[in-house]
Design a protein around this ligand. Structure first.
Ligand SMILES: [Zn+2]
Length: 482
């Protein structure tokens, strides 16, 4: 059972092999905390939550470390703090803004069913400290010592010409970048593409002591320092939105590899696609910008989660009300099917797919007893295990049932079915092709065995059709026919 991940750096799917299966390490760039998070920021939170769940499932929860940082030093934060708390000293105002925003972000992603990462470091805590293997000031010092960075007018800049394969992640050559550079060229830069590692703070702004004077770090350096401090100089997976490939991740790679003299920073680079609103790129200037909080006011977290996962994570999502409505309908049908009070709803099309000509499931019209005799190898225990994994992976295990109750009565069984269907829709078949390892579904032939188990338990056809209800036929086609 192999997990294969699409690696942005290699531009191909590669089998996932952790450096140490007892300590699988993933870093994902987190939010800059100055305002409610944009709905686009919900996508990496959800996508990498699914991957986190999958890794925990595969390697054991205690063997996976997921770090997602909180950027709490930024010009936008300073501006927001000054605007919201004009009478307070700036640093105090900044603390109020960042703490409030971090709390809001947690409330939002919790509502979307995301597990909290193992560690959520705040950038300001890793600028200058001695009790961790790395911090930003030490990392910058190493780059200067190794002649990958230089000091100019109180700034420290990374010298991109010192790294022969700078641009490899974004597939851009340095010459092309310089030719197309629209960045304002500061007089202290030797090369227009050189980027800031450290800069002087303006009076009143947050500032930390350093060998180059009181100042603050550039944005990119925080992720290099925090990932090294918490995960090591080289780790397994680095994730984030596709918009971070350049310059942020390119620069993270440059800093980390040059500071630690390593061939790679992370072994797999994964990026989720953009979010478009009703076909247009979402932006504040187009006025179609909405926050996670605004979407949560109208839609349940589960609905948003399912809508977000219904598109392959590397592809752009067209974020529409229609998509949310479809996700809501799908979830409603799962929960409806899972309700013990629900009326039996025989679905002839589903029955036909199950037992009819063509035999999607290979069942054909044979008597039930013959079926179970023909395929005796799958035990009830293995079916239970599949269900348990399904609900955990999809992140709806909070609906209130566990493996022990799952098969204890009708209700549990229906819940399990609901979970399995959502899993099939979201992770199964072609939707989640980069994550090929899905326990219980990587071999679609397993599903008929679950049906056969139901048959063996003498559930009437109507009941099976009922739990398969609504979207079942579509799911059957997606999972088995393609
Ligand atoms: Zn980052």
């Amino acid at each position: 059972m192999e997990l294969r991940l699409y690696d942005t750096l290699a531009r191909e799917k590669r089998p996932f092999q952790p450096l140490d299966p007892n300590r699988v390490r993933m870093y994902v760039c987190g939010p800059t905390v100055y305002d409610f998070a944009h709905i686009g920021n919900a996508r990496p939170a959800i996508v990498f939550d699914v991957l986190f769940r999958l890794l925990r499932h595969r390697y054991g929860a205690e063997h996976v470390t997921y770090v997602r940082n909180i950027t709490d030093v930024d010009d936008k934060i300073n501006a927001r703090a000054a605007q919201e708390h004009p009478s307070l000293p700036l640093n105090e105002a900044i603390r109020l803004v960042t703490e409030k925003t971090e709390r809001q972000y947690h409330e939002d992603v919790d509502a979307l069913g995301c597990l909290r990462p193992t560690i959520e470091p705040r950038a300001t805590e890793f600028v200058n400290r001695n009790d961790t293997p790395m911090d930003m000031v030490r990392l910058i010092g190493r780059l200067i010592a190794a002649q990958h960075a230089y000091v100019a007018e109180g700034h420290v800049l990374f010298d991109v010409s010192s790294m022969p394969d700078y641009g490899k992640l974004a597939r851009r050559s340095l010459d092309d970048m310089i030719a197309g550079a629209r960045v304002e060229v500061a007089p202290y830069k030797s090369n227009p593409m050189d980027f800031v590692l450290w800069k002087p703070s303006k009076p009143g702004e947050p500032a930390w002591p350093s060998p180059w004077g009181m100042g603050r770090p550039g944005w990119h350096v925080e992720c290099s320092a925090m990932s090294a401090a918490l995960l090591g100089e080289t780790f397994d997976i680095h994730g984030g939105g596709i918009d971070l490939v350049f310059p942020h991740h390119e620069n993270e790679i440059a800093q980390s590899r040059c500071a630690f003299d390593t061939q790679v920073m992370a072994n797999y680079w994964m990026h989720n696609g953009f979010l478009q609103a009703e076909g247009e790129k979402m932006s504040k200037s187009l006025g179609n910008f909405s926050t996670i909080r605004e979407v949560l006011a109208d839609w349940q977290g589960d609905v948003i989660r399912l809508a977000m996962l219904s598109t392959h994570y590397t592809k752009p999502i067209n974020w529409t009300v229609k998509g949310l409505e479809e996700a809501e309908k799908a979830l409603a049908s799962f929960f409806d099917a899972a309700s013990a009070e629900a009326e039996a709803r025989p679905a002839p099309a589903v029955l036909e797919a199950l037992a009819g000509k063509g035999g999607v499931l290979g069942i054909e019209a044979a008597p039930h007893t013959t079926l179970t005799e023909r395929h005796p190898r799958h035990s009830i225990e293995s079916c239970m295990e599949h269900f348990e994994h399904a609900v955990k992976l999809i992140g709806i295990d909070h609906v209130g049932f566990g493996p022990d109750t799952m098969f204890g009565d009708h209700v549990g069984l229906h819940h399990a079915y609901a979970a399995l269907f959502s899993l099939a829709q979201v992770l199964g078949g072609k939707h989640y092709e980069e994550v090929e390892y899905v326990d219980g579904l990587e071999n679609p032939a397993d599903f008929p065995n679950i049906i056969r188990w139901l048959v063996k338990q003498k559930y009437p056809d109507e009941a099976i059709a009922k739990v398969m209800g609504g979207n079942a036929l579509r799911v059957l086609k997606q999972v088995w026919i393609h």
